[in-house]
Design a protein around this ligand. Structure first.
Ligand code: ADP
Length: 348
């Protein structure tokens, strides 16, 4: 294979058409998603606490309390919801905030749940006010109120549900209304994964995918995976394509690093969009402070995309800081791009 066609293959993979990417993700996630608590790597505090709650609920033969999972995308919230159902030996019905347009959409789902079943609502902060209020009595007393007829003939009928457990997931707890938040009994926040935990996940995924990968290569992918298992698995899949086409049987550090470089994933794990955000802050705003709206407008991106998927890791890894006057690039960010840092951080 020529250098040029290899390059095309790598670039092509990066921009595969969305449909194909989505289908690949589904297939990949089904096989790589941990299904038992014992297979869930990392997040030790959450796992330990969850174990106690699961055991206690099982001993009492009661459904679990409602659980709110928060944290950036790709850290395992959906996986945990499925694991909870598996460990409680119950069924799970999954939906998401934006998918439930009217309260009526929920009636069928709720009335079909059996005792102890899990209702998983992803992006729960995006539920409409009306749907949210419809959920309150379902969460509190396992009841829903139907309104039949209109105007002066309108009547409310109460309908009893089987005791259920609502598992909500959100990338931003701050956007959850106080009454909804108050109806959850258990809160878990998932944080970015350590390189050690990520390399364990990568080795496990590689085994599932039938790849031969050495320790150093796994660590290199882990270092560049933005602390996120979903990213780690995606990078691993790209490396698998590369190795397959080039007939490389064992993934070592050199193969992993070279593929990641060619994919545009730099040593800090940043991809093109991360670099665009940082460069914009450094070059156009002289390191900030700059508001997230200005960043989004300059990049032609949604504010939510920056706030949910880009900013959290940059903050966690110490490349930007949040101040009352906006986001500020840190010394680390300047150094990453080889730009001289002349500010005094204390000013912010
Ligand atoms: P979220 O719902 O937070 O966006 P997911 O649960 O969909 O994240 O996780 C994305 C993918 O990352 C999963 O399909 C799984 O392959 C992997 N993953 C997430 N957390 C873990 C973990 N703790 N151990 C192993 N794999 C994980």
């Amino acid at each position: 294979m020529t250098e040029e066609s290899r390059h095309k293959l790598l670039k092509g993979n990066q921009f595969v058409d969305n449909q194909q990417e989505a289908e690949e993700e589904i297939v990949l996630n089904i096989s790589l998603r941990p299904s038992k608590l014992s297979e869930f790597i990392g997040q030790k505090d959450v796992v330990e606490n969850l174990k106690v709650c699961l055991t206690a609920a099982k001993q009492r033969k009661e459904p679990l309390e409602h659980i709110l999972l928060s944290g950036p995308p790709g850290l395992g919230k959906t996986s945990l919801a499925h694991i909870i159902a598996h460990e409680m030996h119950t069924k799970i019905t999954a939906t998401s905030g934006p998918a439930i347009e009217r309260a009526g959409d929920l009636i069928g789902i709720l009335t079909n749940l059996q005792k102890g079943d899990i209702l998983f609502i992803d992006e729960i902060h995006r539920l409409s006010k009306v749907v949210e209020e419809f959920l309150y009595p379902a969460m509190e007393n396992f009841q829903i109120d139907f309104v039949i007829d209109k105007g002066p003939y309108a009547k409310t009928i109460k309908f009893n549900l089987k005791p259920l457990t609502l598992v909500g997931a959100t990338t931003r707890t701050g956007l959850l209304s106080a009454p909804l938040r108050a109806r959850f009994g258990i809160f878990y926040h998932l944080d970015f994964y350590s390189v050690e935990d990520l390399s364990q996940i990568i080795k496990h995924s590689a085994k599932t995918l039938g790849m031969d990968i050495d320790e150093e290569a796994a660590r290199e992918i882990a270092r560049r995976a933005r602390g996120t298992p979903r990213v780690a698995n995606r990078l691993l899949r790209r490396i698998r394509d590369y190795a397959q086409v080039l007939k490389i049987n064992k993934i070592n550090l050199e193969v992993a690093a070279k593929t990641l470089d060619e994919l545009g994933i730099d040593k800090a794990g940043f991809d093109e969009i991360d670099r665009k955000v940082l460069k914009l802050m450094l070059e156009s705003f002289n390191g900030g402070p700059v508001g997230i709206e200005s960043l989004a407008a300059s990049l032609n991106e949604e504010v939510d995309t920056i706030a949910d998927t880009i900013e959290p890791y940059l903050l966690k890894a110490g490349y930007i800081k949040r101040t009352s006057r906006g986001r500020v690039a840190t010394k680390l960010a300047f150094e990453h791009f080889g730009i001289k840092y002349e500010k005094q951080e204390e000013l912010f």
